[in-house]
Ligand binder design. Structure first.
Ligand code: ATP
Ligand code: MG
Length: 274
């Protein structure tokens, strides 16, 4: 944990969907200048928690505080206005427009006679990209960029909108190893500017390369929050799954009377995922 300044507190967040308790009284907090990894098996509730924070869905219970102030987040638009930006896997960029225009889309720098000053806009965009260590010509149309470059434009866009909290949901899933390393450098540089980053990942090497703290969710509950420097891979796997990876025998029988719905969903998801 780099910065002691508490940006975000989520307290007692609960959310149910028909037949599923997606989140059960989850607490989560984020400091300025930290990468807080959110970890959990498929269906643990990670995306749902972040969708609530980003205004994409509402919670049934609980409270969100930003800078100690209680807020109600009704929409993605409002979340952005509060400084919460999400990097989605499906990008929100306009393909035929330049990277620079996309970075400032919806908030172009001061206009003369209602016409966007493209030279100035691209210069400003170039500054944002350079500050982030991103080598990319802001005049390039987004459709000519790789997925990794588009993701970088998304991050630059978030910062141009003064994001203080950046949510990344499995951002390396479509990237090559080299592209992932470039993204890690970008994430670190954003963190070092004091932005709080919530980073969802299953990949252990990423957690240890990038994370300051890690929160583990299991079946919609928070089971632990730890400093990454103080946990091991084995411990994280145990926390995620509540079992040792190499168990030859189940240590205890599943007691009769477990909810049938939960059990069948877990096994279905596993089969679908592996
Ligand atoms: N819109 C929805 N309608 C119904 N059920 C949902 C909805 N969104 C999520 N769920 C359920 O809520 C639970 C938590 O899902 P969530 O997507 O948050 O998990 P996750 O931790 O992000 O999983 P993954 O690693 O697969 O992305 C799951 O059981 C899921 O099926
Ligand atoms: Mg998810």
């Amino acid at each position: 944990m780099r910065g002691p300044f508490l940006l975000l507190e989520m307290r007692g967040i609960g959310k149910s969907f028909p037949g599923v308790r997606a989140l059960d009284a989850v607490d989560f907090e984020l400091c300025a200048g930290e990468v807080h990894v959110l970890l959990g098996e498929n269906g643990a509730g990670k995306s749902t928690l972040m969708r609530i924070l980003s205004g994409a869905c509402s919670s049934d219970t609980g409270e969100i505080r930003l800078d100690g102030q209680s807020v109600v987040i009704h929409s993605p638009h409002q979340a952005r206005a509060l400084g919460i930006s999400t990097i989605y896997q499906e990008f929100n960029l306009v393909p035929h427009l330049s990277a620079g225009v996309n970075i400032f889309l919806g908030r172009e720098p001061a206009q003369a006679f209602g016409i966007v000053n493209h030279r100035r806009l691209h210069r400003r965009a170039g500054e944002v990209l350079t500050q982030l260590g991103i080598r990319l010509d802001p005049a390039t149309p987004v459709e000519r960029l790789s997925v990794a470059q588009q993701q970088m434009v998304e991050v630059a866009r978030a910062l141009a909108f003064d994001a203080r909290i950046l949510i990344m949901d499995e951002p390396t899933s479509a990237l090559t190893a080299a592209e992932s390393r470039t993204l890690f450098a970008l994430v670190r540089s954003v963190r070092d500017r004091g932005v709080g980053i919530i980073y969802i990942s299953h990949r252990m090497e990423e957690i240890f390369a990038l994370g300051d703290r890690v929160t583990v969710l299991r079946d919609g509950r928070r089971v632990a929050t730890r400093a990454v420097a103080e946990v091991t891979v084995g411990e994280l796997i145990r926390l995620m799954a509540d079992r040792e990876l190499k168990d030859h025998f189940p240590r205890r029988r599943v007691p009769p009377g477990e909810p049938v719905l939960e059990v069948s969903q877990v096994s279905t998801r596993d089969k679908l995922r592996t």
